[in-house]
Design a protein around this ligand. Sequence first.
Ligand SMILES: Cc1cc2nc3c(=O)[nH]c(=O)nc-3n(C[C@H](O)[C@H](O)[C@H](O)COP(=O)(O)OP(=O)(O)OC[C@H]3O[C@@H](n4cnc5c(N)ncnc54)[C@H](O)[C@@H]3O)c2cc1C
Length: 497
Amino acid sequence: MTDSPAVEVLICGAGAAGLTLAIELARRGISLRLIEKMPTPFPGSRGKGIQPRTQEIFEDQGVLDQLLATGGLYPPLRQYASDGSYTQTAVIEAEPPTPAEPYHHALLVPQFLTEQVLRARLLALGQRPAFGCELTGFVQDAQGVTATLTTAQGEETIRARYLIGADGGRSYVRHTLEIGFPGKTLGVRALVADVHLTGLKADAWHQFNQGSPAHQLAICPLAGTDLFQIQAPVPLEGDVDLSPEGLTALVAARSGRDDIAVQSVSWASAYSMSARLADRYRVDRVLLIGDAAHVHPPTGGQGLNTSVQDAYNLGWKLAAVLNGAPDSLLDSYEEERRPIAATMLGLASRLLDAAKRGDMHRGREVRQLDLGYRESSLALGTQRSEGLLAGDRAPDAPLRGAAGQPTRLFELLRGTHWTLLGYETERKLVSPRPGLHIHMIGARGDLIDEQNLLRDACAAAVGDWILIRPDGYVAAIVNGNELGALESFLQRQGLSA
Ligand SMILES: Cc1cc2nc3c(=O)[nH]c(=O)nc-3n(C[C@H](O)[C@H](O)[C@H](O)COP(=O)(O)OP(=O)(O)OC[C@H]3O[C@@H](n4cnc5c(N)ncnc54)[C@H](O)[C@@H]3O)c2cc1C
C-alpha cells in the first residue's frame, strides 16, 4: 500500500455532481482529488435535460455556451395516433425569456456530453478525474478522513480534510456511513437505449401509445450526436432484449411501424424507478451530494439538475470553511438542499403518474427558477413586505456601467465572490474586504439601473443594501439602520474587513 499526498477534499464519483463540485473547488484554489471507479467516462445519455436554473449555474462556471454548442434545444413533441397521424406540441411550456430570467428553455444535452464539457472546464482549471480509482474504505477523525483507494496498480491511502460522496444512487459512502435511504420503488421499470436507427427523422421527439402505460414508446434524437434515445416501460420482471434486433422488434410492436430499424446500440440499460431521500447529508467530515443523497424517477428531468445544484451549493461553503469560515456554514448545506430534494421527489413522482396517464405537462416548476432558501439560517431575515426576500434567487437585470457600457447583474455575480449592491447610498458605509465585490447603484454610483428593473425586483429604497451569495441567492436586503446586522452577518461567513 502506498501513501498519496494529502488533499483538502477527496471527491468520490466523477458524474455530473462530482465534476461540478470539483470545478467549484478548483476555481477557488482548493486542493482536491476526484476519483472515479469506472475505467473510462460513462457513455450513456441518461439525464439529457438541462433546466434554466442549471443553465444559470453553467453560465457562472463558464460552460453554458459550450454546452449549447455541443447539444441543442429540445425538438417538438410529436405524439402519434394509431392511424399514423400525429399532433405536435412544445416539450416544455416556456414563455420567452425575460431580463430577470434569461433562460427559459431546457437544453437537450446527452449526459455523456455534459460531463465531457465539465471535464474540459475542470482540465482548464488544472484538474482531471482519476479513472479506474475506486474508494474501498475510509475512516474519519476530528481532523480529516483517511481513505483507501483501489486501482489496477494496487491500494493506496490518501488523507483529506473532507470526503464528498458523489457516488450515485448506490453510494458506497452512504452505505459505509449507515445513513438511511428511505423511500419507495415506484413499480415502474423502463429501458433506455442510445441507438443508431433508420426510419425516423431527428426533427421531433417521437412518442407512441402515450395513453397506454404498458406500451408507451418515446424516441428522442440526441442533439450533438447522430444517436436517438429510446425510452419505454418494460415488465417489472424478466430479461429485456437490448440488442439491435430486440429493440427493433419492440419499436415495431409499439409503433405499429416496420420501417424503423435499430442499426446499433451504443449504450442501454433497463432500470427500476424509485424515489428515495437520504436521512442525513452530513456525518462530520463526510458529505453526500447528487444521486448519493436522493434518487428520482427521470420524469421532468430533475435528477441531474438537482445534483449539479447540490454541488454548487456545497462548493463555496466548503471552500469558505477550509479558508477559516465557521464549520456551521457546512450544516446549512443539508438544511438548504434536503428540503429541495424532497420537493423534487414529489414533483418527479407526480409527473410519473401523469406520464402513465399520457398527459404529462412540464410547467414552470421543472425550470427550478423559483427554488430558494428563505427558511435557511443563512437568510438574514428582515421585515420586508415587498420584493425579493433573503433566500430568493437573485434575478438577472440589465445595467449600465458609469462609463456607459452595457452589463448585466449576472456578469457582476460571475465568479467566486459575494456581491454587495448599495442603492443610492454611500460606499464608505461598508468597509471593503477580501471576497466581497461592492457596487454602488445610482446617479453617483458605478452602475446605473436605467430601467429600474433591479430596484423594482428588490423593492429597493434609497439607502438599501442587497447582499448576494456566491451561488446567486440573496443573503440579505437591509436598510441604512441595519448595517450592524449586516456587518455581523458578513463576519459570521468569514468575510472580515
Ligand atoms: C433514464 C434516465 C433518464 C434521466 N433523465 C434525466 C433528465 O432528463 N434530467 C435530469 O436532470 N436527470 C435525469 N436523470 C438522472 C441523472 O442521470 C442523475 O440524477 C445524475 O446522473 C446524477 O449525477 P451524480 O453525479 O449524482 O451521480 P452519477 O451520475 O451516478 O455518478 C456517480 C459516479 O460515481 C462513481 N462511483 C460509484 N461508486 C464509486 C466508488 N466507490 N469509487 C469511485 N467512484 C464511484 C460511479 O461510477 C459514477 O460514475 C435520468 C436518469 C435516468 C436513469
